[in-house]
Design a binder for this molecule. Sequence first.
Ligand code: UGA
Length: 446
Amino acid sequence: MVVIAKNCPDIEVEVVDINENRIKAWNDTNLDNLPVFEPGLSEILIDVRNNNLTFSSKVESSIRNSDMIFISVNTPIKEKGMGAGETSDLRWVESCARLISKSARGHTIVVEKSTLPVKTAQTIKEILDSSTSNNSDEDRTFSVLSNPEFLAEGTAINDLVNPDRVLIGGDDLEAMNALKDIYIKWVPENKIIFTNLWSSELSKLSANALLAQRISSINSLSAICEVTGAEIGDVAHAVGMDSRIGGKFLKAGPGFGGSCFKKDILNLVYLSRFYGLNEVADFWQETVAINSWQKNRIYKEIVARLFGNLADKKIGILGFAFKENTNDTRESPAIDICRNLLNEGAFLNIHDCKVNEKTIDKDLSSKNLFDKNMWAHKKDVYSVFEDAHAVIFMTEWSIYKTLDWKRILPIIKQPFWVFDTRLILDPNEIKNFGLNIWQLGNGMNK
Ligand code: UGA
């Protein structure tokens, strides 16, 4: 919305949320208190906030006055009931649709921005249409469009300013053109694609599934590298130079995290099973299974190298976010790996450039398994190493690539192990300091 406001000064953008604290945070004059950390966001926000972009909790009046409404609510995986653990929980989408149906006036274009299971637009349409038939005194009509978001966290602003494509799905050409008129202010026309609603919804799930599948593919190959003497970085480089394959999304790591990949694949799996396409479901399910396996095998490698015993050992964790340049920890591989290490009796010193202690506490203790006496949040990256027997590089924050190892040597316990799950270190440099290193996908590990 910030990027729309910036590029369309003639459009009034109102971001509304029933959560008043969140709105307060978006209105905070101290930009360090914004609800999300995203490079480049605050610079644009400061330009447009309270000009043509406002944040408020006046949801109903905003709906009443709007010509176009973007539904951008959370759609996490359902925790209970039918489809639990597989399909999205649509309660917030449905309640938005009900609120819109109650409060909208005149003709309103409703845009699905959240990532949704295929055919959700049908549900939204039915809810909206029921309100038009119930209230014959009010002349209100709706058009529903799908306009999935393809931005990635950490590069969101650039992804929005220079998108590979903008996808608009619908069956009402006038409404589709109205949305196109917004994007065309900064996106070249040949990058704005029209499809029907279902192709648009499915394209979003497919893009994420294919990206995640590439990561599971390269991660599965990382394990083969380790046992054959090959190096995953070299293999990825060599295969990525094939223009049919391409080099992006071939970086081996501890497994994909983030709020979307797993959820979107599970939605595809659910959809496939619903239509009796069990082989298709099994195929996509395996992408998620390899991801869990990757996290698990890393944990086992760590335990094995630390003599099978973590009790009374201190381990440094560098990075808790699911990737660099974000403070988001949803589905972060660090969570599962840390939980497993805590379960073995290790004490963890945890550092992250943007994730705060409260978030780590929530992630580690959400199942009430571990208390705060078993880990510490460290603000200074070097204090992670104090009396530690090992360190694990979990997130590829750039400051971790240039640590001063001479400063670290006197404060660690020997023998000391370095576990590099992101391939950001030079193993020879680490070995030259007399330290042991295990690097993901490196066939030269001992
Ligand atoms: C992903 C997609 O890339 C976006 O296009 C999509 O809009 C977004 O989900 C969404 O649906 O909201 P995001 O999850 O923010 O974006 O971040 P990615 O850059 O895709 O990274 C996801 C995970 O894969 C991270 O844990 C990252 O470390 C990992 N990854 C990524 C790798 O392990 N290797 C790679 O080569 C790339």
